[in-house]
Design a protein around this ligand. Structure first.
Ligand code: NBX
Length: 801
């Protein structure tokens, strides 16, 4: 294979690109110019491994993976690429020669925020692991012009602003102006004997943009292919010729709307026409693209399941079932049964939530209007399901089309060879609740793949101090084989190692302290306990319970300021969906509580509350390495897995949490003595529902009662005493997530945390053991699980060994 690498040093490549790609001289270059020059210089070094991986994949013609996801929450790309390629020192040195700081340069890059939260970030970690493991794969998604909105606070209230990551040149991607597919909407279907002809009323084009995704040291590099919507026709010539220029541009505007903006809702069904169009747009383009690639090498469509594994990340791409069947029937001439079997042998579905309000279901009328051919095929798939239900003799009653709606979970399940949950608890609950009927009919279909996170970004990249300590202690292999972290477990009893481990933590806390002072003008003490809850704001995640406990702690401190309090800084971070009023009310309450506590001289440094606006991936990279305590306090049974929980534990934070999602597995790994578990179990939560009265729990808890009274009487909103009544009203009327029931257990657990932290040796031991026993939470382990149990694919790197 020809070597396409730019010859010479990274420094000369930066010089070259500053001049030739950016058009600047060193003395006129801004930080952004340096970033663009460095990005190009680094990207050049990916080209040879990228071409090489593509070449090997074609030459070996082995089974490939296609990961279909509406969201890829990549964050910053440059620093990660520099790390993966091992170019940090060279890059730092090259920039320092011009008095330019590497940290400023990589920090200049806007986050690629093409996702809402855990689901999108999981997809990004999976891309990293697929490349790291050398599994031939493509990620397929949407190149949104505007990612997740930017959040600010005005008088404590969340404000949303449009995000604009593409305003500055995005120089990681390659635009593929020749790679275009037609995507139809609406229109008519005419039956033609056995086959059907769909004549859409509107057609837009999907154009590909490719981003190389390097694995560790670029031993393998896959592709993330994102689709952007383009008009098929720029101008409507009739109105143009009549001088109606705006109207003439209507098709362009309409088409580009499809990939314009990411829907900011992470846990409610949206049900909007544009959303359905987005889902079909990227799914159809991806399937057309992978079918073209398959057919270039294979004549026999029945071989598809042996060459292609498609993973549907949640139900957002679930239209892939009917769309693949449509292509096989209407384009390639197969009959329905053959097409269904091929599709079903190729598709797999991951479920990420059991919350009923988050399960996608489209009105039959909308589906029929936008995708008439697919609606017909959905009915036929439903008949197949009915046949299997009957044959199973289970007597269950389950349908894809029900009550005038297309249930996308049932559709995805029916069309998939394997269906997985994202933690052991979640997978068991899938079998027992939402998918119990389907599980009875297809008892071998559901399996578990507990989530994981990439150690490249979430330890090596974000925590240089810990990286160096680990490298010094156990060598560097842990980056690719995270179970090696176990080797530091014995050192939890070595005072010298513990001291070095906690010095790293202290340094990370100092870095965060400086950042908070710089960005928010709030001064905090780095020796306080850093207690962090960062995630989307949702009632089930119970930020409210944390806020109430914070207020209660402030009361206790005010009552007895001279007692031996363990100083704490409570961090909150996260966005609420713009239409989620109850969550936005909670944000405002947290901000008001923060203001009151931070300005109370009696409380002083014993307790501070910090809520930096616009939480995103790069903010997580500063917060997580600095955490002492990780808040994972969702109502048991509601958080499918969580992945932030894993990042914290890996970075030596101790968890306070419920037995929910992957917290259960974190406890199993780190041991009961190194985690603070409290509250009801998933079973107990369901048991407590009947006859649940919030007020009874409040009455039993003087600590909670006091806080509720303060909020009611405007203690946290002087001058506007009724401001937070909606939060109380909701809590009292419908405490579905059982904040009141778990409050006292949470309070007690927090007081144990206080004691634990006061014993600095004991805490250091816990912190070390959390890192040591979290190796299992690598997304490499997760992806190996998908490769073995779901896709039936193997690494191409092993061939060389
Ligand atoms: O997926 C999250 C779960 O809540 C986490 O427990 C889990 O760890 C993570 C990865 O498996 N789900 C999630 O982030 N959902 C979304 O972001 C979402 C986005 C759009 C949408 C529905 C949900 N329409």
């Amino acid at each position: 294979m020809k070597d396409f690498d730019a010859s010479g040093t990274l420094a000369s490549a930066i010089d070259f690109h500053l001049a030739h790609s950016v058009g600047k001289t060193p003395d006129s270059a801004s930080i952004t110019d340096w970033r663009l020059a460095l990005s190009r210089a680094v990207r050049d070094r990916l080209i040879t491994p990228w071409f090489d991986a593509t070449h090997q994949t074609y030459a070996k013609d082995r089974k490939r993976v296609y990961y279909l996801s509406m969201e890829f929450l990549l964050g910053r790309i440059l620093e990660d690429a520099v790390n993966n390629l091992g170019l940090e020192d060279e890059a730092k040195e090259a920039l320092a020669a011009y008095d330019v700081d590497f940290v400023d340069v990589v920090g200049d890059e806007p986050d690629a925020a093409l996702g809402n939260g855990g689901l999108g970030r999981l997809a990004a970690c999976f891309l990293d692991s697929l490349s790291c493991l050398g599994i031939p794969a493509h990620g397929y998604g949407i190149r949104y012009a505007h990612g997740l909105f930017r959040q600010s606070f005005e008088d404590g209230r969340q404000m949303e602003m449009a995000e604009d990551w593409l305003r500055h040149q995005h120089n990681w991607e390659f635009e593929r102006s020749e790679c275009l597919y037609d995507i139809g909407f609406g229109g008519q279907v005419t039956e033609n004997g056995k086959s059907a002809v769909w004549t859409p009323s509107d057609i837009v084009m999907a154009q590909a943009y490719d981003t190389p995704v390097p694995g560790w040291r670029a031993s393998w590099t896959n592709t993330l292919r994102l689709w952007s919507a383009k008009p098929r026709q720029i101008f409507d010539l009739d109105p143009f010729n009549r001088g109606e220029y705006m109207q003439a541009a209507a098709p362009e505007v309409l088409a580009e709307t499809i990939s314009r903006v990411l829907y900011p809702d992470d846990s409610t069904e949206i049900g909007k026409e544009l959303r359905l169009k987005q889902e079909f747009f990227f799914t159809s383009a991806s399937l057309q693209d992978l079918m073209r690639r398959f057919l270039a090498h294979n004549g026999d469509l029945r071989a598809l399941p042996s060459k292609v594994a498609i993973q549907m990340n949640d139900t957002h791409p679930a239209i892939a079932g009917p769309e693949l069947i449509r292509q096989l029937m209407d384009v390639h001439g197969l009959g329905f049964d053959a097409a269904f079997d091929i599709a079903q042998g190729t598709l797999h579905y991951t479920n990420h939530t059991l919350l009923p309000e988050a399960l996608e279901a489209w009105e039959v009328s909308l589906m029929g209007a936008i995708l008439p051919r697919h609606m017909q095929l959905i009915e036929r798939i439903d008949d197949r399901l009915a046949r299997d239900v009957k044959a199973s003799e289970t007597g269950v009653n389950t349908h894809i089309v029900d009550n005038g709606k297309v249930n996308m979970g049932t559709l995805a399940f029916t069309c998939a060879r394997k269906v997985n949950g994202v933690s052991a608890l979640h997978t068991n609950l899938m079998k027992q609740t939402v998918f119990s009927d389907l599980h009875a009919v297809y008892p071998d279909r559901i399996l578990n793949q507990t989530n994981g996170v990439t150690p490249r970004r979430w330890v090596h990249g974000c925590n240089p101090g810990l990286r160096n300590l680990l490298n010094d202690t156990i060598g560097t292999e842990w980056v690719r084989d995270l179970e090696q972290l176990k080797r530091i477990a014995p050192l939890a009893d070595d005072p010298d190692f513990c001291q070095r481990f906690m010095a790293v933590k202290q340094e990370n806390k100092r870095r965060l302290t400086d950042w908070v002072s710089d960005k928010l003008g709030v001064d905090i003490a780095p020796d306080a306990m850093f207690d962090i809850q960062i995630k989307r704001i949702h009632e089930y995640k119970r930020q409210l319970m944390n806020a109430l406990e914070t207020a209660a702690l402030a009361n206790a401190i005010r009552r007895d300021p001279g007692a031996a309090w363990t100083p704490r800084v409570k961090f909150f971070g996260g966005k609420a969906a713009p239409a989620y009023i109850d969550a936005k009310n909670i944000i405002r309450l947290i901000n008001d509580i923060a203001k009151s506590i931070n300005n109370d001289p009696v409380i002083g440094d014993r307790l501070k509350v910090v809520y930096p606006p616009n939480y995103n991936v790069s903010m997580a990279e500063i917060l997580i390495p600095a955490a002492d305590l990780s808040e994972q306090i969702s109502t048991a049974g509601k958080e499918a897995s969580g992945t932030g929980n894993m990042k914290f534990a890996l970075n030596g934070a101790v968890t306070i949490g419920t037995l929910d999602g992957a917290n259960v597995e974190i406890r199993d790994c780190v041991g009961d003595d190194n985690i603070y578990i409290f509250g009801m179990t998933a079973d107990q939560v369901e048991g407590a529902r009947e006859g649940y009265v919030t007020q009874n729990y409040i009455d039993q808890s003087p600590i909670l009662s006091e806080v509720i009274d303060q909020i009611r009487t405007g203690f946290y909103s002087p001058g506007d005493p009724t401001r937070h009544w909606p939060v109380l009203e909701k809590l009292l009327r419908d405490d579905y997530f059982m904040v009141a029931a778990d409050f006292d257990a949470y309070w007690d657990a927090q007081r144990k945390v206080d004691e634990g932290f006061a014993d600095s040796d004991g805490w250091a031991r816990m912190a070390v053991l959390n890192t040591a026993h979290s190796g299992w939470f690598s997304s490499d382990r997760t992806i190996q699980g998908y490769a073995d149990d779901i896709w039936g694919v193997s690494s191409l790197l092993e061939d060389d060994k």
